[in-house]
Design a protein around this ligand. Structure first.
Ligand code: AKB
Length: 312
């Protein structure tokens, strides 16, 4: 049996593939992406355009795939440059995965959802699990629809599909691409390389974030949990920390006293303002024991230590 990761060259996909390989053995985890890996990904790697339904089917049959981590997606900021393409990749890609999983021997599917499913009419503070969801980005729209399809495939066909609503992910070993929360990774690289960063969000914009090790642990715990504990089949709220660019900059300054931040907001500011500032993840805690391990201070310390090693 093997495990397929789509979008394996992405920020989360890269690290998730490594984690799954350490757990299950390298040869059992098939990394796939539309672009060739830049170095990180080792074999087995297969090229896969998620809109190529026939190719998905061939990979699942050839490798006897029993679990799929469907990470391929276009993120919030990039999605706004090409709404139709984003809808097509994000929603039709998922529908192909769900349908092939239903018709084959695939036992479990993981679908990453996001805080982008929420919109301006959603309560901003400690956003509950079940709330109005009228997002303003096509990425958010595709993820709301995706959650509903996951729920549908579970209820109607008993497909074991599980999902998390990720906040912005901060990590040192892979770069985000095209998201609204990307500033929280860029800031570390710029702080270490140039001692300064111009942030594309305003200083007081509070957003939910999570350190990469917590994000990977959340996926692993969720996917290993007994099916009877998984009461939500759309997407679970999960929280790590809630931070603003100025709080993050102040924390970085404790380690790099000469670091300077300036602000020059762009279209991503509006997207950020439509999202929650903090998340109520009680249901994930109750159902499968979710507990984050990193806060702003421990995450910042580790990020700087790890990145400094790379830059030596
Ligand atoms: C983005 O900013 O688009 C993503 C997300 C919050 O889903 N990081």
């Amino acid at each position: 049996m093997s495990i397929l990761v789509t979008g394996a060259n992405g920020q989360l996909g890269t690290i998730l593939t490594e984690a799954l390989r350490s757990k299950h053995g390298s040869h059992k985890v098939i990394a796939s992406d539309i672009i060739r890996p830049k170095g990180h990904q080792t074999d087995p790697f297969v090229m896969l355009d998620i809109l190529n339904v026939q190719r998905i089917g061939e990979i699942i049959a050839d490798y006897n795939v029993k679990q799929i981590y469907h990470m391929a997606a276009i993120l919030s900021a990039n999605g706004e440059w090409n709404p139709q393409k984003t809808w097509n990749v994000n929603l039709n890609g998922l529908l192909s995965i769900l349908e092939i999983a239903r018709l084959t021997e695939v036992e479990k599917v993981f679908f990453p959802s996001t805080i982008a499913v929420f919109g301006p009419s959603t309560p901003k503070e400690m956003t509950p699990q079940e709330v109005p969801m009228i997002p303003t980005t096509v990425y958010g729209m595709s993820k709301v629809a995706g959650e509903l399809w996951c729920n549908y495939y579970h209820k109607r066909y008993e497909l074991d599909v599980r999902s998390l609503r990720f906040p912005g992910i901060i990590g040192y070993d892979s770069m985000p691409g095209g998201g609204t929360t990307d500033y929280a990774v860029e800031i570390f690289h710029e702080a270490l390389e140039h001692g300064a960063y111009t942030c594309f969000l305003e200083g007081q914009t509070s957003l939910p974030m999570m350190y990469m090790p917590d994000a990977i642990r959340a996926i692993m715990i969720l996917m290993d949990s007994d099916t009877k504990n998984i009461r939500i089949r759309s997407g679970y709220n999960i929280a790590g920390m809630s931070i603003t660019p100025s709080q993050l900059a102040a924390e970085i300054t404790k380690h790099l006293p000469h670091f300077e931040i300036t602000y020059h907001s762009d279209f991503r500011q509006k997207i950020a303002e439509s999202w929650p500032s903090s998340i109520d993840d009680r249901q994930a805690k109750e159902d499968w024991g979710w507990q984050p391990q990193y806060d702003l201070s421990t995450m910042t310390e580790d990020m700087i230590q790890q990145l400094a090693k790379f830059k030596e």
